[in-house]
Design a protein around this ligand. Structure first.
Ligand SMILES: NC(=O)C1=CN([C@@H]2O[C@H](COP(=O)(O)OP(=O)(O)OC[C@H]3O[C@@H](n4cnc5c(N)ncnc54)[C@H](O)[C@@H]3O)[C@@H](O)[C@H]2O)C=CC1
Ligand SMILES: O=C(O)[C@@H]1CCC=N1
Length: 312
């Protein structure tokens, strides 16, 4: 276990108070409009997505009564989890019972392991869950039904589809309420994800489509950044110059979208002078089938969610 301490190679270190907290993006999170206090929470699988969700619970303006427990498989991954006085970190490599220990008495249990690992993990934790626990799935494709069948009937389930900008409070999360989750329990989970950005409640049937847009969406953005950077380098700019040009332009354009609240089509029009240069570039992108490509790409993501649901 690691409690607000640097994890040793073996995954254990004695608790201590960190004199200098690590650089944290938490200050960037928007002001709270939702509850500041959450019950004891376990995060099983504190990887890329899990740690982004965890960032909300570690905000200085949030209290987690009874503390937060986070688990990983390897001790080296446990060492990547930020230090915090209310956070205990366990790795199954060091303690094979880490997940059972983490969920004991926890009211909220977030499952952040890969989809193919979910079934084994649920079988492992089911006997140790509190009867009134709310299990929150981050796993792509895995249905509420799979969770509800694997867990005691008193345990509520909510399916979440967040995205990685949650790490800096700019996430978008889709939430689907399981049939055993009360409105009060769903509101609590909604408040938890509002700590890291916007929340959209949808019926479960829409979660895979939502995932193909906002769950995967950050990857589409980074891919576009990579491709425009490659085009800049091909035009003779150094990689450093290309990064400045492309990152600055994309970040600036996104900020303009947010700041003005304007329709993106209108913002695009303001760049695209009639008979000018941008018009030619947009023509090539359009004739190349970008719109169709996005439809096909998101369809492929949805199809993969269905495969994951069937266990492949
Ligand atoms: N990465 C993303 O942008 C998004 C991911 N998701 C979902 O989040 C889940 C995790 O994905 P990532 O964070 O990308 O993967 P990841 O590989 O970064 O994290 C998985 C974590 O699970 C841990 N783990 C593996 N087996 C474990 C076990 N038995 N007990 C405890 N911890 C264990 C690993 O040590 C690792 O820290 C997946 O189900 C994925 O579908 C959902 C939305 C977006
Ligand atoms: O690629 C995946 O399967 C996960 C779900 C959405 C984003 N990442």
């Amino acid at each position: 276990m690691r409690t607000s301490a640097t994890c040793s190679a073996g995954g254990r270190a004695s608790p201590k108070t960190s004199s200098k907290p690590p650089p944290s993006p938490r200050n960037e999170h928007p002001a709270l409009t939702t509850p500041h206090s959450f019950p004891t929470t376990a995060l099983l699988g504190a990887g890329s997505m899990g740690q982004a969700v965890l960032a909300g619970l570690l905000r200085p303006d949030v209290t987690v009564e009874g503390g937060i427990r986070a688990t990983t498989r390897s001790a080296s991954r446990a060492a990547t989890v930020p230090e915090h006085p209310s956070l205990s970190v366990y790795s199954t490599e060091t303690d094979p019972r880490a997940n059972q220990v983490a969920v004991t008495d926890a009211r909220i249990v977030i499952v952040g392991v890969k989809p193919y690992m979910v079934t084994d993990l649920l079988a492992e934790i089911a006997p140790s869950l509190a009867p009134d626990a709310i299990v929150v799935s981050l796993a792509a494709g895995v249905t509420l039904d799979v969770f509800e069948r694997a867990l005691p009937s008193s345990v509520a389930v909510v399916r979440a589809m967040p995205n990685t900008p949650s790490l800096i409070g700019k996430g978008v999360t889709g939430l689907a309420q399981g049939k055993r989750a009360s409105d009060e329990q769903f509101a609590l989970v909604t408040a938890l994800f509002e700590l890291v950005g916007d929340v959209v409640a949808v019926p479960e049937g829409e979660i895979d489509a939502l995932s193909s847009i906002s769950g995967s969406g950050p990857a589409y953005f980074f891919y576009l950044v990579e491709q425009l950077t490659a085009a800049a380098v091909a035009k003779g700019f150094t990689p450093s110059q290309a990064a400045t040009l492309v990152n600055g332009t994309f970040i600036g354009a996104a900020a303009l979208l947010e700041h003005t609240g304007e329709d993106p089509a209108e913002l695009r029009r303001r760049v695209t002078s009639p008979k000018g240069t941008t018009e030619q570039a947009i023509r090539v992108l359009s004739e190349g089938g970008l719109e169709k490509l996005f439809t096909e790409a998101t369809d492929a993501a949805v199809a993969r969610s269905k495969e994951l649901a069937s266990g492949s």
